[in-house]
Each structure stands twice: as C-alpha cells, then as structure tokens.
Design a protein around this ligand. Structure first.
Ligand SMILES: Cc1cc2nc3c(=O)[nH]c(=O)nc-3n(C[C@H](O)[C@H](O)[C@H](O)COP(=O)(O)O)c2cc1C
Length: 378
C-alpha cells in the first residue's frame, strides 16, 4: 500500500494532481519574439513524462515589454498559442497537469539573458534593443538599473487587459492551471512593496491600496479563466529588505487573493531590491517552507512550498506535516528529470515504474526479473 503522502493525489477544483510534486516555473531565455522554439518542446516534454503531478511553463510575458529579456516566452498574440498548445498536449498525454505562469517584469524588464551578463540592456548592446520599463513609481531597482516610467491610469488599464487576454489565450492553449507571477520584484510585486511603490493615488500608500492592482488583475483573469480551473498566485512572502512589505501584510494579501478567486498561494520570497536583510543569511534547504506553512494556516488557503527542496524525505515531510499542499521543485529537477521515479522507488511504491514512460519501464521491469533482487535506483 502506498504510505507516501508525497505520492497521494491532490484534487483542486476540476484538476487532479497524481502526486504532490510540481515543476517550478523556470525561464529558459530561448524564445524568439516570444514564440516557443524546439528547445521548449524538448525541454518540457522531458518533464511531461517524468511522473510529475504538475509542471509550470516559465514566466511568460503578457506583452512584449513585460518580458525580462528578448529570450522570454510570450502570450500577447494569438499566433503564440499554437506552440504552447503542442506543449500542453504532451503534458496531457502523460497525465501531468500543465500550468503557465503569466508575468510582467515591470522595472526589471529589458535585461540581457543570464549568460549575456544579466544586466540592463545598454544602448550599445548591439544585437538587441532595450526598451522603456514601467513601474508604480519612477524608482529604479538599484543605481545600475534604468529608471522606470511611473504608470498612468491608462497604463494600468492596459496591463490589466493584457493579463486578461493572456489568460484567455492560456485557456485556448489547453493549460489546466494558471499562475500569476506576483513575486521577485516584477511588476505586481513592485506595486505591493512600499520600497518600489510611492504612489499617492488609490494604488499606493496603505496596504489596501498597494494590494489593489494585484487583486484587480486576479478578478479580471477570473472573468475568462474558468471558475472550475485552479488559479495560483506566486508571492514574495517577505521582501527581505529594510522598509519592505512584511510577512503579516502577505497574510492579509493571501486572504484577499482568496476572496478574489485565487486557489493556491505559491510562497517564494525576495527580489524587490533595496538593502537586503534576509538575503544576507545563507539559504538552507526548505528555507521558504515556513512561509507556506504559516500562510496555509493563518490565511486558510492552500499553498505550494518552493525553494531548495531537494531530498525525497524533505519533500515527504512537508506533505506529511501538512506544511503545504504541493511542493515545487526547480533546480533539482533540472539536475535529475527522473527524480519522481527515484523518489517513488525510495518509498517502495509498488507502482514506481509507472512514473516512467512505458518504453523505459518495460525494460527496467524485465531487468528486475533477471536479477535476483528488485533493482532500485535508491
Ligand atoms: C533557471 C531559473 C529560471 C527561473 N525562472 C523563474 C520564472 O520564470 N518564474 C518564477 O517565478 N521563478 C523562476 N525561478 C525561480 C524558481 O521557480 C524557484 O522558485 C527557485 O529556483 C527555487 O527553487 P529551487 O531551489 O527548487 O530551484 C527560476 C529559477 C531558475 C534556477
């Protein structure tokens, strides 16, 4: 009998995750004009047949200027649906819940790809043009970053519409779940944080005003994203910077997000810039799990834990202790796409090989028959 809670099903609205393990969204920086390429198909296919409960496609720009880099995926025009659809079809085929993360990079847009320097694009970077960034206030992330233009009401309405249209396209592309990127200092987070938001209108100042933009986007998205389909929202649970938004503010935010139509909070942290407090401390495995645990209990909403979740027992423990409903894994899955199969074997699941495609599992089962033992990867 399956004793592992990590491998128990999780049902959220009309969606059933076959286990609690989810691929965290991770930018690939390989798109061309926002369009997915062969790379994306190959990369995401590997995860589609790796036994995961669910998988998120990377932060995908709701507009060209909402991308972090020229290599980011986009969903601002209908032509971009087809390539994404090809990816969701693979996920469906292998029973992996498919998700997309919708994003606007705000004042952290117009950057070079990580391997090109991960710094703002300069006028003379030659092969690619920089673009004007936007934000709640004309405050750059740091002295080396470009100053964003303070968004007008028209700009705010445009971004809200862009998110809504992107959600409609995500539905057409066949995604089962959708995540709004409200973390890491990008546009939505920059409205929430008092470090980057100094507005004096209804979008700035007190907490109610700083939550407004994110909540309006959620409500807008809910108008087109089926009420039967789960909606995730990634927050930075703490800014980790002086005068930033507090964890307590995020608990209030999580409660409001739930009322607005969010089903699950994906609990990350940091990224807003300013003078780092928390980030000075060394990151330890599971360092953000306490955020997921407290938000789950104190805001009474389902959560996904993320951040240096590496070991099988560590992941199991999070679910057993009900510290989160799902665990999102990023880099460890890049290192080992068969993590789920290995975890299932580690926990002695009789059906561990079901987490591999048939054309792999068949031969491993046959090998087991020849060997005088159950051949386990762990
Ligand atoms: C290459 C790479 C790309 C990432 N891209 C995104 C992204 O598109 N959206 C996002 O919210 N987080 C992104 N992240 C953060 C991850 O989703 C995850 O939260 C972080 O890596 C911590 O989890 P891990 O320790 O399991 O990798 C990225 C991380 C990496 C390493």
């Amino acid at each position: 009998m399956n004793q592992s809670k990590l491998f128990s099903e999780f049902k959220l609205k009309n969606t059933t995750f076959r286990n609690r393990i989810v691929l965290s969204p991770m930018c690939q920086y390989k798109a061309v004009n926002g369009y997915v390429e062969d790379w994306h198909f190959q990369h995401y296919s590997r995860f589609a047949f790796s036994g995961l409960g669910g998988a998120f496609i990377e932060a995908t720009g709701i507009s060209p200027e909402g991308r972090i880099t020229h290599g980011c995926t986009g969903i601002w025009e209908d032509g971009q649906i087809e390539g994404l659809k090809k990816i969701t079809e693979v996920f469906k085929k292998y029973r992996c819940v498919s998700g997309i993360q919708l994003a606007h990079a705000g004042r952290k847009a117009s950057f070079l790809r990580p391997w090109d320097g991960a710094k703002p694009i300069e006028k003379n970077d030659g092969f690619e043009k920089k673009w004007q960034t936007i934000g709640p206030s004309a405050i750059p992330v740091n002295e080396n970053s470009p100053t964003p233009i303070e968004m007008t009401n028209d700009d705010i309405e445009k971004v809200k519409n862009d998110f809504k249209n992107a959600a409609r396209r995500s539905l057409e592309a066949g995604f089962d779940i959708l995540e709004i990127h409200g973390a890491h200092g990008y546009l939505l987070h920059s409205f929430f944080s008092p470090i980057s938001n100094k507005r004096e209108d209804k979008y700035g100042g007190n907490l109610e005003n700083r939550m407004r933009f994110g909540l309006e986007i959620v409500r807008n998205i809910r108008e087109v994203w089926s009420s039967e389909k789960p909606l995730f929202y990634r927050i930075s649970s703490v800014d980790g910077a002086e005068n930033g938004s507090s964890f307590e503010e995020n608990i209030v935010y999580a409660k409001e997000l739930k009322k607005a139509g969010v089903d699950i909070i994906d609990c990350s942290s940091g990224g807003i810039g300013g003078s780092p407090v928390l980030m000075k401390s060394k990151i330890v495995p599971g360092f953000q799990v306490p955020f997921a645990e407290r938000i789950k209990k104190e805001a009474n909403i389902d959560t996904m834990a993320v951040g240096a979740i590496i070991d099988f027992n560590q992941a199991e423990d999070i679910i057993v202790k009900d510290r989160a409903n799902l665990v999102a894994i990023g880099r460890e899955l890049l290192a080992d796409t068969q993590w789920v199969y290995k975890a299932a074997s580690f926990f002695d699941l009789p059906n561990a090989k079901d987490f591999l495609p048939e054309s792999y599992s068949f031969y491993l089962s046959r090998r087991d028959e020849y060997l005088d033992r159950q051949a386990k990867p762990y």
